[in-house]
Design a protein around this ligand. Structure first.
Ligand SMILES: CC(C)(COP(=O)(O)OP(=O)(O)OC[C@H]1O[C@@H](n2cnc3c(N)ncnc32)[C@H](O)[C@@H]1OP(=O)(O)O)[C@@H](O)C(=O)NCCC(=O)NCCS
Length: 152
């Protein structure tokens, strides 16, 4: 990669899905779920327009970063924040997250949550560095899968 070339940060579209899925597969620390398929991603982007972003080198192929955001009208949620190793520590994740947070705030959302794997200590350090509160020990998260798919 050329160190001078900072990738463009662009709104994510359904057309980014193949590159996004490839990036998910090659990035340790994130898990590709059935819910990350094309149809569900398209639905997510349609329900949450202008809230998700990708980093795409102007002269390269594929995407090298992603940050997805959505909301339920009350709270915002960040997910799939990732940057390829060759493009880390250039400020891409911070910038994409900032884009997501500005767009959420403009949509009237005042609090944003995100999940990380408990074992992803690098990510914990990253979010702490960005000022996110990880002391939500009063919350226990319950989930229920509604289909016969352990990777839903
Ligand atoms: C975590 C991750 C997204 C960071 O991407 P990045 O583009 O390198 O991050 P940035 O360059 O925007 O860094 C922003 C700031 O965080 C700091 N930072 C980056 N990675 C860090 C880490 N692992 N631990 C602590 N601080 C970190 C940077 O030094 C920078 O600090 P500064 O702005 O004060 O100088 C990237 O390492 C990644 O994709 N990891 C694997 C996927 C993952 O775990 N994603 C999170 C899932 S919830």
């Amino acid at each position: 990669m050329s160190l001078q070339k900072i990738p463009d940060i662009l709104p994510m579209t359904p057309g980014d899905h193949a590159d996004f899925a490839a990036m998910m597969r090659r990035t340790p620390g994130v898990v590709l779920r059935t819910a990350d398929g094309y149809a569900a991603t398209q639905r997510y982007l349609e329900r949450n327009p202008g809230l998700s972003f990708v980093a795409r080198p102007a002269d390269g192929e594929g995407i090298v970063g992603c940050a997805m955001a959505g909301h339920d009208g009350r709270r915002g949620y960040l997910q799939h924040v990732m940057v390829d190793p060759d493009y880390r520590h250039l400020g891409l994740a911070r910038t994409m997250v900032d884009h997501c947070l500005v767009a959420l705030l403009e949509a009237g959302i005042e609090k944003v949550h995100l999940d990380t794997l408990a074992t992803n200590h690098d990510a914990h350090r990253f979010w702490q560095h960005l000022g996110w509160d990880d002391r939500r020990n009063e919350i226990v998260k319950f989930s229920r899968v509604l289909v016969e798919d352990s990777n839903a």
